[in-house]
Design a binder for this molecule. Structure first.
Ligand code: URP
Ligand code: ZN
Ligand code: ZN
Length: 470
């Protein structure tokens, strides 16, 4: 089926012009003014933006964590993503203790099979390198399109690795073509602070934030940067929240080091005050690192505007408030860490970032689509609008109003972190490899049509095959 998207304002990370886009065979076949071509279907995009499908490089679907499993699986997670203008994501496949990476990946492929609606890739989350064979296996993963390794420097006795494991993984990545990702918080110091809080009888959700101070994020960020320098691996720091972590990343980038960082939507809008909400409402905002003092909001906007931080993800890791978050009703350490947000990223960043005058429209596309595609081996097939590239497109109505709410979102989560927020600008139609999955804001795609993407090695491009050969 071919689609002609007529007269929209095409916005990529670098361009902004009015044109038609012809989609054929799941790919962008032509871009030009007033195309004189026939198509099976025409979408009138006059007055709308035509954006590359957004890419979320940080999600946790169907993930066992905190004594339970995230409530959104690949079906509800993908429905939610698509309605928010996200056409591809990279999820974390977690290696269980003693597990081979092949076993872990088999499990994650099974979670997505038959349910996927958008395209997806996997990062491997390394938790156990004690068996020497694991290092060899880790080195072989980029050949299978798994081109990023994630290591947790926090969550002691759960996902946390020691510095030896982190450094060994970095050394492997330096030779295998993988990008190392870190959750940068000092888990050992946090563990001490947590035990002291519990001994004092401090059990409310706010203690989650009080026991994970920003200095411990800054320390771990700097440690990871210095270790990656010695190992010679590229480094990507996930979910950066505060000045203490932005500063070392900015300094590293000013030196031209191979260091990048992302923040997530929630850190621009939520603050430590949200965790202090009464009646256990604060548990809705328990994620790690925690929401910080609101003075960090401007630090983060400045960082994404000036390229100290290169991407905005969601870290979508949704748990029901009623039944999952409440596991920690009497003890904040038992509240599963994570929050929902896959559907809200584009709307929130467009409304408060672009309309709010903090970043340009081009930079928004860069942060939400192009940089994630480049860093995670999806570019230029995805992350931009290129002839021959995948027809992953969003027709975005910049004037349509919406009030964000859990009563209308597509996640299974029973709350929304931006409940009641009115935004101007919403995805109207969303196309994944040439199939319309969202039509006039309604989810119409069917599960099973999304595909696993074998990503290119770090620094390499995902080839666009010649049109005739595909
Ligand atoms: O609290 C969070 N962020 N949960 C998901 C796991 C992680 O740390 O990314
Ligand atoms: Zn994390
Ligand atoms: Zn995460």
């Amino acid at each position: 089926m071919s689609i002609l998207i007529r007269g929209g304002r095409l916005v990529t990370a670098s361009d902004d012009f009015v044109a038609d886009v012809l989609v054929e065979g799941g790919r962008v076949a032509l871009v030009g003014a007033d195309l004189d071509v026939a198509a099976d279907r025409t979408i009138d995009a006059a007055g709308k933006y035509v954006l590359p499908g957004c890419i979320d490089p940080h999600t946790h679907l169907d993930m066992p964590f905190g004594g339970t499993v995230t409530i959104d699986d690949f079906e509800s997670g993908h429905g939610s993503a698509a309605c928010g203008g996200t056409t591809c994501h990279v999820d974390f496949c977690i290696q269980g203790q003693g597990q081979t990476f092949a076993e872990a990946l088999e499990g994650w492929h099974a979670k997505a099979n038959g349910k996927a609606l958008i395209d997806y890739g996997f990062h491997i989350a390394v938790t156990d390198l004690r068996d020497a064979e694991r290092l060899e296996e880790l080195a072989s993963l980029p050949e299978q399109g798994i081109t990023s390794y994630k290591l947790f420097m926090a969550y002691k006795n759960v996902l946390q690795v020691d510095d030896e494991t982190l450094f060994r993984a970095m050394e492997v990545a330096a030779g295998s073509g993988a990008l190392v990702m870190v959750h940068a918080e000092n888990g050992d110091a946090i563990d001490v602070l947590v035990r002291q809080a519990l001994e004092r009888g401090d059990t409310e959700p706010i203690n989650h934030a009080l026991t994970r101070p920003p200095e411990l994020e800054g320390e771990a960020t700097n440690r990871a940067i210095q270790l990656s320098r010695i190992a010679g691996s590229p480094l990507y720091v996930v979910h950066v929240t505060c000045r203490e972590a932005v500063d070392p990343i900015r300094r590293a980038r000013e030196q031209g080091w191979a260091v990048w960082g992302e923040s997530c939507t929630q850190y621009f809008f939520r603050s430590i005050d949200d965790l202090a909400q009464p009646d256990f409402e604060g548990a809705k905002y328990v994620y790690s690192p925690p929401a910080r003092d609101a003075s960090n909001h401007d630090v983060l906007w400045d960082a994404v505007r000036t390229d100290a931080l290169s991407a905005i993800s969601t870290d979508h890791c949704s748990f029901l408030w009623d039944g999952q978050k409440t596991l920690g009703k009497d003890d904040f350490t038992k509240i599963p860490n994570g929050g929902p947000g896959l559907e809200d990223r584009l709307k929130m960043i467009h409304h408060f970032g672009v309309r709010g005058g903090r970043i340009s429209l081009n930079r928004m596309v860069d942060l939400l689509a192009t940089q994630p595609a480049k860093l995670f081996g999806l570019y230029p097939r995805k992350g931009t609008i290129a002839v021959g590239g995948d027809a992953d497109l969003v027709v975005f109505d910049p004037e349509r109003r919406e009030t964000i709410s859990a009563s209308t979102h597509h996640s299974k989560c029973d709350y929304n972190m931006y409940e009641g927020t009115e935004v101007v600008g919403v995805p109207e139609h969303v196309v994944v490899r040439g199939s319309v999955v969202v039509e006039d804001g309604e989810l119409v795609g069917s599960p099973g049509s999304g595909r696993f993407v074998q990503r290119a090695k770090f620094g390499e491009q995902l080839a666009i095959e010649p049109i005739a050969a595909r």
